[in-house]
Write a new protein. Structure first.
Length: 762
């Protein structure tokens, strides 16, 4: 089998080589494209050819230039049919590939379409089935069927079922179609055929649109099956997040995929992936991820990989389950003088991003641009103006540098100087991409739409009502450190009273628990708040330690659920993730510091949103316990450190984004702590905060016991949290420009007081 696959690969390499060397024996990808008159929508495919030929040693690469080295081993055309036959392909497959090889020049020029060659005189379904019918794909489909049968799921959704090869294997293992089997494909041609052939529910589904818009409800599948279809997703990470949401907790995703380019496919079927003219090529043409990349994307979307089965031809079957953990591709951040460089793992991302400090010497910046083969440079305006005019600029190899992102205006002659070096200039924070603030608001609203904001608010109101009733009936002395809290209780009872004579805490807690379960499907928040309410006399007197109530037996599972369960938490986490991802996208990479990371509630939502971006992420907390827990959860995908928001920061460096999710309410002096965080921001950097700005009765009977008495504006007002005007004043005094505040006025969540602040250092 391996020898037959090798011969087919050599046939593809030989065809590429003959076509390219007939045009020229060396040159850049652009020069080869011009010589061959490659259609713009197929340029990505030519670039994949050159990479494949370089990997095989047929060409060698020198900077941006490819040079012909040695011809691949020749393969006779007659060998194609024999090799395909021994691999289990039907005779049609060899015929289809031969047609494509004969017309490669015309295919590249778009004078003939691959669809016309494949489907000329051939049924489209038969042509695609020929590609999918072989020994190794059949073995993976059989393994897929075993996994599904062992799971014994009630509800199965198959994505991109196509000609039904995977469907047939799974249904055969199950002994027929179960009632909950749903076959989907983007084409009605295949859904209609599947309904007739298998007798299953068959519905259209586009991987690149939200599933909820296509009448697929969250949590409506126990198992999702996908046979060689996920590479068609425009954004793998987004599609995997949609799949995760479609699955129940603990649900399984079982899918097959190619783990890289195949020379034979590159000269045939891969033409089908070229987008329509004028449409961007997803992932720059890297349609097929490596196994390492798939593991990274799955982890980033909240999946745990249970098993990977490898087959010939680079085929893989992945078995993954939904999980709460999340990771992002590994990146390294290191300093070089006053320059920060982001160098992702080249196996995952071929790009490198440089961000330079205004004090960087132009010669030093040029040297690093060349030595590290930087692809994107984020430069302050002063350096961007001087660098292309520096004496060394004309002697520096900047072939890899494609884009400079400038934080400020440039004169036309400066832009022209960069253009002469072959580099595009983009304004930082300009109109390149959606506005991060608008994207954050939209993402947050979309997150809570399924839950229903009104239902989520009503559930929170019932918990707070039960907590107020528990306050009212608590009798006992308060420890000195809790006397301020006792005064806040009195104010809350005055504000929310009076209470009816028939209102009892127990009935209120039962009602809160019932409603919370109906809305959220879980009761972690109510369970915790109720346990605290029962312990109120001992908590108030100081006889009961509040920590074990939130972290029973030292476990973090309860706290993690509490910090993600409520409608306010979901809104905040999704808004922050979208905002940070938008800011990173505009900057071309970022250094991110998270302070007070705690249980990782914010981290676990932000990291998946950054999966497609290059970041250096530093997770910190005051507690080594939380840092160790985060290291176990997120692995080596982020860096770790200790940081106390009440103390002057250690030598952490400067950051493009500092993120503090619900931690500054624990600071003794908010002004001082925000000043410290501001000092860690690079010019133009963002401070992103989530904070309560109003008393919440159930918090007054639970988490408030974990907070120390403040010495800032709260000391004068006797409140647990700073109000919205007080927070705005803090940001103003820190010299920050207030750029974002959510939820907006009039929003259903506004009255609850949970706010997201985005402030920019001028």
């Amino acid at each position: 089998m391996s020898e037959d696959l090798r011969r087919l690969g050599l046939a593809g390499l030989g065809a590429m080589t003959r076509l390219l060397t007939a045009a020229r024996t060396s040159g850049t990808a652009e020069e080869f494209g011009q010589a061959l008159r490659v259609a713009p929508r197929h340029v990505w495919l030519l670039e994949r050819w050159l990479l494949s030929l370089t990997g095989a040693g047929v060409f060698s690469r020198h900077g941006a230039e490819y040079r012909f080295t040695v011809a691949p081993e020749p393969v006779e055309r007659g060998e194609l049919a024999e090799a395909y036959a021994r691999l289990g392909f039907p005779p049609l497959m060899a015929e289809l590939h031969a047609r494509a090889l004969d017309r490669l020049p015309e295919l590249l020029r778009d004078e003939v379409r691959i669809q016309d060659l494949l489907f000329s005189g051939t049924d489209a379904a038969d042509a695609l089935a020929a590609y999918q019918t072989n020994v190794f794909t059949d073995r993976l489909n059989a393994r897929c069927a075993e996994i599904v049968r062992a799971a014994a799921p009630a509800r199965i959704v198959e994505l991109g079922g196509g000609t039904g090869r995977t469907t047939a294997a799974v249904l055969d293992a199950l002994g027929g179609p179960p009632p909950g089997y749903v076959f989907t494909d983007v084409s009605r041609l295949f859904t209609v055929a599947a309904a007739e052939r298998f007798g299953v529910q068959a519905r259209p589904l586009d991987l690149n649109r939200p599933f909820s818009e296509q009448e697929f409800a969250p949590g409506s599948a126990d198992v999702i099956v996908a046979g060689n279809v996920l590479h068609n997703a425009v954004h793998i990470g987004q599609t995997l997040l949609r799949i995760r949401d479609l699955l129940v907790p603990g649900g399984a995703l079982v899918f097959t995929e190619s783990a890289g380019d195949d020379p034979a496919v590159l000269t045939g079927m891969q033409f089908l992936l070229s987008p329509p003219a004028g449409t961007p090529v997803p992932r720059g043409g890297a349609f097929f991820l490596s196994e390492a990349e798939w593991r990274t994307e799955l982890a980033a979307a909240g999946f745990t990989v249970a098993d990977v089965t490898s087959e010939a031809g680079g085929q893989r079957l992945f078995h993954a389950r939904t999980s709460t953990g999340a990771t992002v591709p590994d990146t390294l951040g290191h300093g070089a003088g006053r320059i920060a460089v982001f160098l992702p793992d080249p196996a995952l991302f071929p790009d490198a991003v440089l961000r330079a400090d205004p004090a960087t010497h132009p010669a030093k910046a040029l040297a690093l641009l060349e030595d590290e083969e930087i692809t994107t440079a984020v430069l302050p305006a002063g350096l961007a103006r001087s660098l292309p005019h520096a004496p060394a600029a004309g002697l520096t190899d900047l072939d890899r540098l494609g884009r400079v992102v400038v934080d400020g205006p440039l004169a036309p002659e400066d832009t022209a100087a960069w253009a002469a070096l072959g580099v595009d200039v983009v304004a930082a924070g300009g109109d390149n991409g959606p506005d991060p603030a608008e994207a954050a608001a939209h993402a947050a609203d979309a997150e809570i739409a399924v839950l229903g904001p009104d239902r989520g608010i009503a559930a929170l109101d019932l918990v707070s009502r039960a907590a107020l009733l528990s306050m009212r009936e608590t009798v006992g002395e308060a420890a000195p450190r809790h006397r301020g809290l006792l005064r806040r209780w009195a104010a809350a009872l005055d504000e929310h009273g009076p209470f009816g004579p028939d209102e009892s805490p127990e009935k209120a807690w039962e009602s809160a628990e019932r409603t919370w379960r109906e809305v959220h499907g879980t009761t972690a928040t109510v369970d915790y708040a109720r346990a605290c309410a029962r312990a109120l006399p001992a908590l108030l007197s100081g006889e009961c330690d509040p920590v074990p109530l939130l972290f029973p037996e030292g476990r973090m599972d309860l706290a993690r659920e509490i910090y993600r369960e409520a409608v306010t938490a979901r809104y905040q986490h999704r808004a922050v993730a979208a905002l940070v991802a938008g800011l990173v996208a505009r900057r071309g990479g970022a250094r991110i510091l998270e302070v007070g990371g705690g249980t990782g509630a914010t981290t676990s939502v932000v990291l998946p949103a950054l999966a497609a971006h290059r970041v250096d992420y530093l997770f910190t907390d005051v507690s080594r316990y939380f840092v160790d827990q985060a290291r176990e959860r997120f692995g080596d995908t982020v860096r770790y450190g200790l940081y106390d928001v009440d103390k002057e920061p250690p030598g952490l460096g400067t950051f493009d984004i500092v993120l503090a999710g619900g931690v500054l309410n624990a600071a003794a002096d908010t002004d001082r702590s925000v000043g410290y965080l501001t000092s860690l921001l690079a010019p133009g950097g963002w401070l992103v905060l989530t904070e309560p700005t109003a008393e919440e009765p159930w918090v007054l009977t639970s988490q408030a016991f974990l907070l120390t008495e403040p010495s800032d504006a709260r000391a004068g007002t006797g409140t647990t949290f700073l109000t919205l005007p007080q927070w705005n004043a803090v940001l103003d005094r820190a010299g920050l420009e207030r750029a974002l505040e959510l939820p907006p006025p009039g929003h259903p969540l506004e009255r609850l007081g949970h706010r997201i602040f985005g402030a920019r250092r001028r």
